[in-house]
Design a protein around this ligand. Structure first.
Ligand SMILES: [Zn+2]
Ligand SMILES: [Zn+2]
Length: 268
């Protein structure tokens, strides 16, 4: 993997229950792959919510942030490390908690990674909904989350496409809505590297409904939105096996505007 952009703000740790390796191994792997900035963005721990195998328990919060703080110091001359979370927009019910996280000295950012939404105080996964309701609730939650102003970037904004069996006018409308909101809020959208690790053909298949979905990104290109690439590492080895050049080639083929530096560096 040859890195053309020096940052990756989407990286997990084994605490979530579906990622592997030690925290420092992610740092070593990122350096080896040519990154100069690494953001840890583990699935956000939520008070009062237990989802083994999906996110760490809330009691792990201190351990996670303590570990990242220690790595920040240990790697300071080699790697700029950021502490963050990948979090769903779950309405005002959790917005105060997200504001609390962002107010902490040891937290740098949140990325909006919508996998579920909240209904009657329960988390519901989009994948459990039908083809009509899943993508609709996804787009609605994403847009609300983007408008909240709490997030630095949007992970896999095209994540509703794996749940539809063909791209239609409705999908296009969601893509327009998401891209337009990103432009209004000045929020970068992420081309996610997960699927292409196991299925490299998704990056050149013009009809792919896995992320990144070409039809979605052709619409994003019309809005002049900032775009980043996210490794979405769930193992240190993902830094090596993600074909970063192919993700950059995808962005260029779809005339997308890749941010040369991390949105966190540009902010300051
Ligand atoms: Zn994950
Ligand atoms: Zn992720």
């Amino acid at each position: 993997m040859k890195t053309t952009l020096p940052y990756n703000l989407h990286s997990h740790t084994k605490r979530c229950g579906h990622a592997y390796g030690e925290d420092f191994e992610y740092c070593d792997a990122a350096i080896k792959a040519g990154f100069r900035e690494l953001g840890f963005s583990d699935h956000v721990m939520l008070p009062g919510v237990s989802q083994p195998g999906i996110r760490a328990e809330y009691t792990e919060l201190g351990n996670y942030l303590g570990s990242v703080a220690g790595l920040k110091e240990a790697y300071q001359d080699r790697l700029l490390i950021r502490a963050g979370f990948e979090a769903e927009w779950l309405g005002e019910e959790f917005a105060d908690y997200y504001r609390y996280l962002l107010s902490r000295e040891d937290v740098d950012y949140l990325i909006l990674g919508q996998h579920a939404f909240i209904t009657n105080k329960k988390l519901v996964f989009f994948s459990s909904l039908d083809e009509e309701e899943g993508p609709r609730r996804y787009a609605e939650s994403l847009v609300e989350g983007m408008r909240s102003g709490l997030f630095t970037l949007v992970a896999h904004p095209d994540y509703f496409t794996p749940w539809v069996d063909h791209w239609d006018e409705r999908c296009a409308q969601y893509a327009h809505l998401i891209a337009k909101t990103a432009k209004e809020m000045n929020l970068p959208l992420e081309i996610n590297g997960s699927y292409s690790r196991s299925k490299p053909d998704v990056l050149t298949d013009p009809t792919s409904l896995l992320t990144p979905c070409p039809m979605f990104w052709d619409i994003v290109a019309q809005y002049d939105v900032d775009v980043v690439i996210g490794v979405d590492a769930h193992s240190p080895s993902h830094y090596e096996v993600t074909d970063y050049d192919a993700l950059v080639a995808f962005a260029n083929a779809h005339r997308l505007k890749l941010l040369p530096e991390s949105p966190l560096s540009l902010k300051k």
